[in-house]
Write a protein of this length. Structure first.
Ligand SMILES: [Fe+2]
Ligand SMILES: [Fe+2]
Length: 240
């Protein structure tokens, strides 16, 4: 039974995530608490404004029903370009998954959040590569033709210097045996969002099947260390 059916006619308030309010000067917590009464409650469960997720959601359900349009295209395009270039499936799956966090969960430190999110379902190498792509993006590697992205000049300004923990992560990654897997994510990490561009997510079904362990209970309901992160994407407006 949906929350709506249980509470017909009630208004449900959506509280912004605390982390999205920090530093903005906008905080509606007290105003919302004052609005609560028998007709007005906080949002819990399915938000009717969002497409309903299946009972046991799989990876591609999140692509179709939860990821922003930008993340959807960016991830499919990265994976398709890596595939077209003839890379191993571990690189293709890493490209397909590398920006789930900033696409649908949280932007800040997205490589680290993203790695944690997928770690129970992919190899250690793929999770490691996703974690480190965040740092490697800031540093060129001429050996594979990777240059500092023009988009980063636009995002951060020409004088931006990455913080020390990012510089350290880059240095550590350079020495690591899995460096090239992470580096290749950055090579295919391009932003191009033409409207006529289209990659069918279903075309990755076999690669996902071989490289991503879909839990029988569905992502979010398998009790894994990151299940709560998938549930947060299913119900992003839950008050608690
Ligand atoms: Fe990224
Ligand atoms: Fe990316």
């Amino acid at each position: 039974m949906s929350e709506n059916a249980r509470h017909p006619g009630r208004t449900r308030l959506i509280a912004p995530q605390p982390i999205a309010s920090q530093g903005t000067g906008v905080n509606v917590e007290f105003q919302q608490l004052e609005l609560l009464n028998e007709h007005t409650v906080m949002m819990m469960g399915d938000n009717p404004a969002l497409p309903k997720m299946p009972q046991a959601p799989k990876l591609l359900d999140f692509f179709r029903l939860r990821f922003s349009k930008l993340a959807y295209r960016h991830l499919l395009q990265s994976a398709q370009n890596a595939l077209n270039a003839g890379h191993e499936e571990k690189v293709v799956i890493a490209c397909l998954l590398h920006d789930i966090s900033n696409g649908a969960l949280i932007r800040t430190d997205h490589g680290y959040w993203g790695a944690q999110l997928v770690a129970p379902y992919v190899t250690e190498e793929v999770a490691w590569a996703i974690r480190h792509h965040q740092a490697l993006r800031y540093f060129a590697d001429e050996s594979v033709g990777y240059q500092y992205p023009d988009s980063y000049y636009a995002f951060f300004g020409r004088d931006y210097v990455p913080p020390e923990y990012i510089q350290r992560a880059h240095q550590e990654a350079r020495q690591h045996r899995w460096y090239m897997t992470s580096r290749l994510i950055t090579v295919y990490d391009e932003y191009s969002f033409q409207d006529d561009w289209n990659v069918d997510p279903e075309s990755f079904t076999d690669i996902i099947g071989r490289n991503f362990r879909e839990p029988r209970e569905g992502l979010g309901f398998d009790g894994s260390p990151s299940a709560h992160m998938w549930r947060t994407m299913i119900w992003p407006n839950n008050f608690l």
